[in-house]
Design a protein around this ligand. Structure first.
Ligand code: FNR
Length: 345
């Protein structure tokens, strides 16, 4: 059996049930989480033959950061429930693979500790109702060397998870998450997400931090264009791993429209959600993504074998991408074009 396919079951053996459920679950009826991977598997390739594929090169840059392959790790929280070293172990694994890590603003490790690893990382931020907390988190991330700010825009309210019994929140100890809340007296209301945002927030973030802003959670071409016009440097096509609006369309389906909408703007496009194999990555790159992010597989790999597991995950996905590039007749990700892909009929 393919090692990547063994990870979730092996992680489930090690994790408390509530944590396994938290990592795997989607919101509401679980429609989006259930169909994400199948939507990638619905693409079919129109390969070239008689092309020289003797020298495959997966290296690229992500907003100027060199990476060994266009395979990056999505921001997620509660890493300390998967591994005692939490985000630090995740960062070390990502660093050894010469990749890049998205760090959740709910992370259980301080930005300063993450910065000290030297691994390139992006801060994922939610704009909170209390802007002072948001400002101070941004300043701390800049100080700690974040290379970009990822603004998650699909969460004006948190998607409902249909939990029974004990939840991850019951199990988590203080300090295992929300390690970057600034000192102070905050009420729960202050920590609510702002639900009154508009595209001007992109310019505000860029100005406040001096960093490129990547908007995460876009599913429509017209919204992607609004983000580009407002100064976004990157867009992550994402439905939050099916954890926000349930039954929102699969990212595999949203990507082509968004690639068309931002063509020529200079915005770098990325995608996440259900990406589990080299063929899925190949389809995403051909349809206009510069890189893909993986979420849950990195959590399973971290649980199973700490940083070594994370490195192995990225390395095995890279090997699969290398292999599929040879079979589709293209030597580099940048030589991939949309005509290589069609939908199953
Ligand atoms: C997430 N995700 C997420 N996204 C975000 O912007 N901020 C966050 O704090 C979190 N937290 C989080 C926790 C857990 C347990 C999961 C599984 C996911 C969403 C994440 O960044 C990403 O969009 C999806 O996980 C991608 O889908 P796959 O690869 O998990 O299918």
């Amino acid at each position: 059996m393919r090692w990547i396919d063994t990870l979730e079951a092996a992680a489930a053996e090690k994790l408390p049930e509530a944590v396994h459920r938290y990592f795997r679950q989607g919101s509401a009826g679980g429609v989006s989480v259930g169909e994400a991977t199948a939507a990638w598997s619905a693409y079919r390739f129109r390969p070239h033959v008689l092309n020289d594929v003797s020298a495959i090169d997966l290296r690229t840059t992500i907003l100027g950061v060199p990476v060994d392959a266009p395979i990056l790790v999505s921001p997620s929280t509660m890493h300390r429930m998967a591994d005692p070293d939490g985000e630090l172990a995740m960062a070390r694994g990502v660093g050894a693979a010469k990749s890049l890590l998205g760090v959740s603003s709910n992370a259980g490790t301080t930005f300063a500790e993450l910065g000290a690893t030297g691994v390139p990382w992006w801060l994922q931020i939610y704009i909170l109702r209390n802007r002072e907390i948001t400002r101070r988190m941004l300043d701390a991330a800049v100080e700690a060397g974040a290379r970009a700010v990822v603004l998650t825009v699909d969460t004006p309210v948190v998607g409902r998870k249909e939990d029974d019994g004990e939840t991850v929140w019951d199990l988590a100890k203080p300090g295992q998450f929300l390690a970057n809340l600034p000192e102070g007296e905050w009420t729960d209301d202050d920590l609510d997400k702002a639900d009154d945002l508009n595209p001007d927030v992109i310019g505000w973030l860029a100005e406040r931090t001096g960093l490129p802003v990547v908007v995460k959670g876009v599913l429509r071409g017209d919204d992607a264009k609004r983000c580009a016009d407002a100064g976004a440097a990157g867009i992550i096509v994402s439905n939050h791993g099916g954890r926000q609006l349930d039954a929102s369309i699969p990212t595999a389906q949203a990507l082509p429209e968004i690639a068309e909408a931002v063509a020529g703007t200079g915005v770098e496009l990325y995608v996440d959600g259900g990406i589990r194999r080299g063929e899925h990555i190949l389809a995403a790159l051909a349809l206009g993504a510069r890189a893909v992010f993986v979420g849950r597989p990195a959590l399973w790999a971290l649980t199973v074998d700490s940083s070594a597991g994370v490195t192995r995950l990225i390395s095995e996905l890279s090997d699969e991408l290398d292999h599929t590039l040879r079979l589709v007749g293209q030597p580099t990700p940048s030589s991939l074009t949309p005509d290589l892909v069609t939908l199953r009929r």
